[in-house]
Design a protein around this ligand. Sequence first.
Ligand SMILES: CC(C)(COP(=O)(O)OP(=O)(O)OC[C@H]1O[C@@H](n2cnc3c(N)ncnc32)[C@H](O)[C@@H]1OP(=O)(O)O)[C@@H](O)C(=O)NCCC(=O)NCCS
Length: 203
Amino acid sequence: MPDDENLRPGLTDLVWPRRTSRLTLRPLTVDDVDAVHAYRSDPDVGRWLGRPARSREEVMASHFTEQDLAHSLAVEVSGAVVGDMMLVVEDAWAQRDVREQARGSVAVLAWVLSPVHHGRGLMTEAVEELLRICFEDLDVRRVRAECFALNEPSWRLMERVGMRRELHGVRDSLHRDLGWVDTLGYALLADEWRAAPRLPVVE
Ligand SMILES: CC(C)(COP(=O)(O)OP(=O)(O)OC[C@H]1O[C@@H](n2cnc3c(N)ncnc32)[C@H](O)[C@@H]1OP(=O)(O)O)[C@@H](O)C(=O)NCCC(=O)NCCS
């Protein structure tokens, strides 16, 4: 836990690894660059990502800086990295006089899974654990994520884990190949997550 009790904990303050029935989650390290490059350089994956990652050098420069690593988790199956997730804690918007109460209250999530492993519910399992980390360990009050509306696997995943579609931006985002396209915003509140039924934690 951080020294200052007024600060919320970050990913680096938690105990790792975390296990689910099929997965191990742990902080991403520079040793994972080849595994991450293998799936992020796939055009079917890169199509939906914000930053190009065609070469190993591009992946290294855009995902393995010290700042990236502080916000990134590796998703392992049987000791092999098959995906990664991002978790950034940010302040909610607030009026100036109550701004302190909104500090670090929102977690922004993102995810990538190797196409070899699509269609098995692995990222759903990983994101369910990530929500547990957000609400139980990091104590945020709200989790949010966004995707292109055309990225149906990603928004279907958000609906599977119980997130609510809250925003539909009409042709608000510029895609490198598709031009101006729609985006969707999903979110979930801590009290909603606590009220939802779920499987017990794997020890
Ligand atoms: C977004 C992404 C992670 C979704 O991958 P995915 O394989 O669909 O997601 P999951 O691993 O959770 O698997 C869910 C699928 O497996 C099926 N499935 C099989 N067994 C399952 C189980 N035990 N539990 C849940 N789902 C299961 C589900 O029905 C679902 O398939 P469907 O959408 O055809 O119904 C993947 O498409 C990806 O990495 N895309 C590229 C990067 C990207 O777009 N990132 C997001 C940017 S915003």
